[in-house]
Design a protein around this ligand. Structure first.
Ligand SMILES: Nc1ncnc2c1ncn2[C@@H]1O[C@H](COP(=O)(O)OP(=O)(O)OP(=O)(O)O)[C@@H](O)[C@H]1O
Ligand SMILES: [Zn+2]
Length: 741
């Protein structure tokens, strides 16, 4: 990096005056520190102000990190701040949070700031547009076309000239003519409207006894104020959402400008969830997720920064929105691994969320039916206060969970559903109820081999196996999205029609169900069929309305959905998540499967879950069948404590990649030699990363462990700065890695 931390060339128009103030500006770039600029006389640039300033030859947006007096002996001729955006300055707590997140996750503060400045349009006032409103004045110069436009203006309400003309079926010139004669008035209005303000802060009117009790405890904590972390530990369908609504209502009622952030896994952010907020608080929350348009994104950003968006509900990156007065954070499905960001700055939104709440002096609620081991340990050790919900309201019961041992109950040859599960599907359809089959594999078959030569088809960029997709008739690499039409001949031996899909994906299971239940309405729910928010909503709405008999889905089905007529859940392959060297594989499988099973029996009809496995003696399976979550966590906990793995010890990964095997080998050697000595720190590796080639780059990995009291972030940061690597080598640190790819 050749940027220097101080800008020395100067334009002619700033004269340093003796009492001049300097703005230290942080830019959203991977730079290690803020740069100094002169604040021109009369400019209101304060700590936290969003500003523009020249950097090199470009004008850039940044944030004033600090304002300091220029020292008398400071001879530097500084460039000036150019202008200040009309956005409230970023509060100090937020600036501290950016710095903390950077330090903890071993990233540059500017890199974290880039995540904050995701919607630049939000820094400016809303764009405006012209709308036309009838004045009531009619002249005698009315033509048919003019009357049609006035009728349209009356029916459609205030709208644009183009829209009025379209509705009236006339040219826009007619609208103009009506303005000239005074029958329509043109008004400039903001295109991005503020969010309506929430109301209804009273206690929920139908809470059960235990819900009311938990709600009361949360209200008391929020009313008291200050940093207070809670674990809301309630079985699936026990009303956790209803309970944290109480905390939201209390926070909103306490201060006119109090703001609330609700984080959910992205795929749980459905219309159904937004509608529940709207039903409770009389106004829709401000959304934040990857599916927003630019206009929606800048609107949420601006309204959050100005403190006018009171409830923001979003995916993990919403944690980096610039709230003015954040009083409460809720992390729903807190165990969900999608809260861990793996690209760019790696961070865990739950762990960062707790830190943000601490810096903001706010309350935080982690909600889950299957809390992460880390969270359970925090609760046991008294760092989080635990609130329990142990029952579903009304007649709804947790489903009966039954293990199907595939060794004694095998599916017929070429099938994937055991006779037990097949029979259950038939019975459920006959009873007029719904079934859900869960298989965490997209496509038709996860592996394609050649019957003639035995070749397994691999992705050229990653060396991972290609998945067969029948609907599109393509072979797809699920790591990169790379795909080819399914070849007619084997690329190795040239044999014709010899390629064969091995193993099941959701498409293949759907095919089997279609044969079993020809009259059933069957749909697949995966990232291939739910490519947009709209498609996702469509499937969820059809399922909720009872228009689907059998839904076959990947993990996308597991989160947060309420399907009242769903009574049977079948897990096709419970063992698939247990493979691989991931330290959380057992925990993850338990969480995912109990989440999936928990979709059944959420209304008056009792539900059941059938779990197909070749390993019914695995502790995760035994615990699932017995509903013994805490017993399972105890075993996991003992293993991790014994091995000093998180949360009993710390862990980090160092991932390196280079374009050739020779270069990565050399880089590994350099990195290994540069590893500092740290008390209690153990460095394992370098070893080839489990995905050893990705997009043409060869990858290696170090794993680092330490006792809990070691600052592993500082260690990693020291290590990174000690390595002198060839420029083609990329290196990044991952604190508390979740994915071991
Ligand atoms: N006291 C109550 N009376 C009637 N219905 C309730 C009550 N509490 C919750 N419900 C309903 O029960 C269903 C489940 O509630 P909710 O979604 O809040 O549970 P949850 O614990 O967040 O579920 P999960 O996390 O498993 O999706 C919802 O449809 C909700 O409206
Ligand atoms: Zn072949």
């Amino acid at each position: 990096m050749n940027a220097t931390p101080y800008v020395t060339e100067s334009p002619t128009h700033t004269k340093p005056s003796p009492d001049m103030k300097l703005a230290r500006i942080l830019f959203p770039l991977p730079l290690p520190e803020p740069f100094d600029y002169a604040i021109p006389d009369g400019m209101d640039a304060r700590p936290g102000s969003y500003v523009r300033a020249p950097l090199g030859k470009i004008e850039r947006t940044g944030v004033v990190w600090e304002v300091v007096e220029k020292k008398p002996d400071d001879e530097r001729d500084l460039k000036p701040v150019l202008d200040v955006f009309p956005t409230p300055p970023m509060p100090e707590a937020m600036r501290k949070f950016v710095s903390f997140a950077a330090r903890y996750n071993v990233a540059h503060p500017g890199h974290v700031l880039a995540m904050v400045l995701r919607a630049r349009g939000g820094l400016r006032p809303s764009p405006t547009s012209t709308i036309y409103v009838p004045t009531g004045h009619r002249s005698n110069r009315m033509t048919d076309a003019r009357i049609k436009v006035l009728d349209a203006a009356r029916d459609a309400g205030p709208t644009s000239a183009a829209e009025l003309a379209r509705q009236a079926g006339v040219s826009p010139g007619v609208v103009k003519g009506l303005v000239d004669i005074g029958a329509l008035e043109a008004r400039e209005v903001d295109t991005d409207l503020p969010y309506p303000q929430p109301t209804n802060f009273g206690v929920g009117d139908h809470l059960t006894g235990e819900q009311a009790e938990a709600g009361k405890a949360l209200r008391a904590a929020v009313a008291k104020g200050g940093f207070q972390p809670f674990l809301l530990d309630g079985i699936t369908g026990s009303g956790k959402t209803e309970v944290y609504f109480e905390a939201i209502a209390e926070a909103l009622s306490k201060a006119d400008d109090a703001q609330i952030l609700v984080l959910l896994p992205e795929i749980a952010l459905t219309q159904a969830v937004l509608s529940r907020f709207e039903a409770r608080f009389g106004a829709p929350p401000a959304p934040w997720h990857s599916g927003l348009s630019d206009a929606e994104r800048r609107r949420t950003w601006r309204e959050t920064a100005h403190g006018r968006a009171r409830i923001v509900i979003g995916a993990r990156s919403a944690l980096f929105l610039p709230f003015r007065n954040l009083k409460l954070i809720i992390i729903d499905e807190e165990h969900d691994t999608s809260f861990k960001q793996e690209d760019g700055v790696t961070y865990h939104a739950r762990d960062m969320g707790v830190m943000r709440a601490k810096l903001e002096d706010a309350a935080i609620i982690l909600a889950s039916a299957t809390p992460a081991l880390e969270t359970m340990v925090n609760a046991e050790q008294g760092r989080y206060q635990r609130l329990k919900l142990s029952a579903r309201p009304g007649a709804a019961k947790l489903p009966d969970v039954e293990l199907v041992d595939l060794r004694t109950n095998p599916p017929e040859k070429g099938n994937w559903l055991s006779p037990l599960l097949s029979r259950a599907l038939v019975e459920t359809l006959e009873a007029g109820e719904q079934s859900l089959l869960f298989l965490n594999r997209r496509g038709y078959a996860p592996l394609v081999i050649c019957k003639a030569c035995g070749e397994r088809l691999k992705s050229p960029a990653t060396e991972s196996w290609l998945t067969e997709h029948r609907y599109t008739n393509r072979l797809v690499c699920h790591l990169t999205g790379w795909s080819i039409p399914k070849p007619e001949k084997c690329p190795m031996c040239g044999a014709k029609d010899s390629l064969m899909g091995v193993g099941p994906g959701v498409e293949r299971v759907a095919e089997e169900v279609r044969t079993l239940l020809p009259q059933a309405r069957i749909e697949i729910f995966s990232s291939d069929t739910a490519r947009s928010g709209e498609e996702t909503r469509g499937i969820v709405d059809r399922m909720a309305a009872g228009e689907i008999d059998v839904l076959i889905g990947t993990q996308i089905v597991a989160k947060g959905h309420n399907f009242p007529k769903l009574t049977l859940v079948g897990v096709v392959d419970a063992d698939s998540g247990m493979k691989g060297g991931d330290l959380r594989a057992g925990e993850r499988t338990y969480q995912l499967l109990s989440q999936v099973a928990g979709r059944a029996g959420r209304a008056e009809h009792p539900g059941r879950a059938l779990i197909q496995t070749y390993g019914p003696e695995n502790p995760a399976m035994i615990a699932l069948a017995a509903g013994d979550r805490d017993g399972f966590l105890q075993i996991e906990r003992d293993v991790r404590a014994e091995l000093m793995l998180p949360p009993f010890g710390r862990m980090a990964a160092l991932i390196m990649s280079a374009p050739s095997p020779e270069l990565i080998q050399e880089a590994g050697k350099i990195a290994g030699q540069a590893a500092p000595n740290g008390e209690g720190v153990t460095v394992y590796g370098p070893a080839p990363a489990p995905i050893s080639i990705l997009r043409g780059r060869h990858r290696i990995r170090f794993l680092i462990t330490s006792p809990r009291d070691v600052d592993l972030s500082a260690y990693m940061s020291a290590w990174l700065s000690a390595m002198k690597l060839p420029s083609q080598v990329r290196v990044s640190a991952d604190i508390d890695p979740y994915s071991f790819l």
